[in-house]
Design a protein around this ligand. Structure first.
Ligand SMILES: [Fe+2]
Ligand SMILES: [Fe+2]
Length: 360
């Protein structure tokens, strides 16, 4: 018997028995392994929807004007502390984007089995490429020595520690894991939690906030705009990994023990501590009108949002967002002129898309 399946506004006629069989064989892990990209029927609708949103948000670094940034970088109006924040931003993210992309391609996308999950993870990895490319664009525009940036992620202890901490949860999974073993399932779930919620979801936000507070003061508008695009992408990445995590847990509920939940909360606590040390390095003095204390509280606030969204208890219940302007700045749906020039062409008539407007 044939049945009509709808994906967006497109219709497909599938044999019902075959479709049901294919649907049942789809799982986050341990599903049917196939080389063919048999997306239909969709089991993980969220993955396909997010793929579409992410694709509609496409941007390219070359579309951003950097003239003002270059002038400011060379001028005396910009303080050494402000230059340092930009250097830390470029230095940290140059390493971090690569680490995230590598983990998607060599761990998560390798281990999940449903094609629509592989589809959205492919787009996710591509966006990390765009982010890495945007950092190259900043480096070349400002005339920064690339070796100086490399030296930062090899020599600045708080960057080294953040990077070592995430990669610790990645390398052990790079082999043919027996994912019927609950211990291995937990390793994968923890990897997805660490990368999505602790790293992209929390440890990226100290610098996001600092660079955007410069942008708010009309400093480095091109870099600020690229960080806004990046942050919009990251909010989708957090959502991809959160959905993946929740579905993995849902389908493998035996791993969701009290002990494992506590382990995840402790892991977030470690991630937050590393981010706070890093914030102190980025803001050695409060002279630029940015207070390290406020940014630390902001990280506590963000971390609790991530924990809560994964059904986990918070570390600092009731902590307030000390930087409410940041949430407003991120609500780019309100800004009709956000996309200018060529970037609009990628939109293909779609509106500005975000998974939610309250990621901050
Ligand atoms: Fe990224
Ligand atoms: Fe990301």
């Amino acid at each position: 018997m044939d049945k009509v399946f709808k994906v967006g506004n497109r219709e497909f006629i599938l044999d019902q028995d075959k479709a049901e069989e294919a649907f049942k064989a789809k799982k986050v892990i341990n599903g049917r392994k196939t080389m063919t990209f048999n997306l239909l029927p969709l089991r993980y609708q969220w993955a396909y929807d997010l793929y579409k949103i992410m694709k509609a948000n496409h941007w390219e670094p070359e579309d951003i004007q950097m003239q003002k940034d270059v002038e400011q970088w060379r001028s005396r109006d910009i303080t050494q502390n402000e230059r340092w924040i930009i250097m830390m931003g470029i230095g940290y993210f140059s390493a971090a984007e690569g680490i995230v992309g590598d983990n998607i391609q060599h761990v998560v996308r390798e281990l999940v089995t449903a094609p629509e999950l592989k589809l959205v993870l492919g787009r996710h990895a591509h966006e990390e490429n765009i982010h890495a490319d945007s950092l190259l664009f900043m480096i070349s525009s400002l005339g920064i020595n690339p070796h100086e940036c490399e030296a930062m992620f090899e020599q600045i202890p708080t960057i080294v520690k953040k990077n070592e901490w995430v990669t610790r949860h990645s390398y052990a999974l790079r082999r043919d894991l027996d994912l019927t073993d609950p211990a291995h399932k937990r390793m994968l779930a923890k990897n997805i939690f660490v990368f999505g919620q602790c790293m992209e979801g929390t440890q990226f936000y100290g610098l996001f906030g600092m660079v955007l507070s410069l942008y708010r003061q009309n400093k480095f508008p091109g870099i600020g705009q690229m960080f806004r695009y990046t942050l919009r992408d990251e909010s989708n990445h957090i959502e991809v990994f959160r959905n993946l995590f929740m579905d993995l847990i849902d389908e493998n509920s035996e791993i969701w023990t009290q002990e494992f939940r506590e382990e995840l909360v402790e892991t977030m606590r470690e991630g937050v501590a590393l981010e706070k040390e890093f914030i102190r390095d980025c803001l050695p003095t409060s002279a630029v009108g940015l207070s390290a204390d406020e940014f630390e509280q902001y990280i506590d606030y963000i971390a609790d949002r991530r924990l809560q969204d994964c059904g986990l208890p918070q570390l600092n219940p009731g902590v307030q967002n000390p930087l409410p302007w940041l949430a407003e700045m991120m609500d780019i749906k309100k800004e009709t002129n956000f996309f200018e020039g060529k970037v609009t062409d990628y939109q293909k008539g779609a509106g500005l898309l975000l998974t939610s407007d309250d990621d901050l």
